[in-house]
Write a protein that binds this ligand. Structure first.
Ligand SMILES: *Cc1c(COP(=O)(O)O)cnc(C)c1O
Length: 365
């Protein structure tokens, strides 16, 4: 058995070279003694908005809150429906539930794992207020089509871009389409904090102001609560660390693409399917699909290669969503993806030997 170990991710490869800058960042916060929503937060928001090419960025507590604050700010609530993919991390749907609206699920295209405008259109009712496009795995959906759908059917278009830092659609970055987008900086994301963090991005400054107020107990002005808000702000420590890491994101994205290019060129096994190639892919997750997924996962684990499954249970089959009234078989594509998906290790700093070991083990399966 091979001695090469391949973890699913390796934070040290990213953080170790940045230790002096990361240490300086947290010391600066300690010295300044301002811990929430201050100068570091504003500096990161400006840097991230500039990197993305949007007018406004509001730092919030996490990615789930980014999505629910967008929905709150747009006055989406009880009686409203929001279209969400059936195959996503549960946060996309939970954000909708949080505001009292109903997540209406849409089956993905099995070739891309993304929802399409045509499939989404089938689920529009008079109650549909918005469509939340999830840029799953770092792949970007047909955003020209979704912009047209939103315009024609008078829907709000928003993105769950939690997995899509650095991904593009026809040259435009994920997170820049529609009314607003939510990002997560959960540690494992393409840009990760050293704890929980998230952001709302938008080209609408009034919406950004409202999101900021809603995340700060509904106050535009301290102790004057115009809205029934929540507490979801970006803390200074995470903002300072994120600013350091953001400067390296483009280089890390290039590494992700380099590793993925090897996987796409060299994985050759009739039992293993890849998704359709996507030029703008941000490669947050590199999924493969195999009818013998669990056996494949075991074989890889025995070879020292650690994979994950994104996600084993689609939203409509989660116990928490039993009350939506969906049944097994309602979203066949989402169910087939959940039963066969395996996410390969892919992270900045992965060595040629590690990449080759993954490819060899897959090809021999
Ligand atoms: C990570 C993630 C979220 C939630 O982000 P948190 O920061 O963990 O709250 C939302 N949607 C998707 C698709 C995600 O991958």
């Amino acid at each position: 058995m091979s001695m090469i170990q391949v973890p699913y991710a390796d934070f040290g490869k990213m953080h170790d070279p940045l230790r002096p800058a990361l240490d300086a960042a947290w010391k600066r916060v300690m010295d300044r003694e301002w811990f929430i929503a201050g100068e570091e937060d504003r500096a990161f928001e400006e840097a991230f908005a500039a990197w993305l090419g949007v007018k406004a960025c509001v730092g919030v507590g996490n990615g789930l809150d980014a999505l629910r604050l967008i929905l709150m700010a747009l006055d989406i609530g009880p009686g409203d429906e929001v279209l969400v993919p059936a195959n996503t991390f549960i946060a996309s749907a939970l954000a909708v539930s949080y505001v009292g609206a109903r997540p209406v699920l849409v089956d993905p295209d099995p070739e891309t794992a993304l929802i399409t405008p045509a499939e989404a259109a089938k689920h529009i009712t008079p109650r549909t207020k918005a469509v939340m496009v999830v840029q799953l795995y770092g792949r970007v959906a047909d955003m020209d089509g979704f912009e047209a759908l939103a315009r024609d059917r008078n829907l709000i278009l928003m993105e769950d871009a939690a997995q899509a830092h650095g991904a593009t659609w026809r040259g435009r970055k994920a997170g820049t389409f529609g009314t607003a987008a939510g990002f997560s900086f959960y540690p494992g994301k393409n840009l990760g904090a050293l704890g929980d963090a998230g952001a709302v991005v938008t080209d609408d400054p009034a919406l950004a102001r409202k999101v900021r107020a809603l995340g700060n107990y509904g106050a535009y002005e301290k102790y004057h609560h115009e809205l029934a808000g929540v507490n979801s702000r970006l803390d200074e420590l995470q903002a300072a660390l994120l600013t350091v890491k953001l400067a390296h994101l483009d280089a890390w994205m290039a590494e992700r693409r380099r590793i993925a290019a090897v996987y796409e060129a060299e994985i050759r096994n009739g039992k293993i399917r890849l998704l359709r190639p996507d030029e703008g892919n941000g490669y947050h997750v590199f999924p493969v699909f195999c009818g013998e997924r669990d056996a494949l996962n075991r074989t890889l684990a025995e070879a020292g290669i650690h994979c994950q499954i994104h996600y084993p249970v689609p939203v409509h089959l989660q116990r928490a969503y039993a009350d939506l009234g969906y049944h097994p078989g309602d979203f066949p594509a989402a169910e087939a993806l959940a039963e066969t998906e395996l996410s390969l290790p892919l992270y900045p700093g992965m060595t040629e030997a590690q990449i080759a070991h993954v490819v060899d083990t897959l090809n021999r399966f």
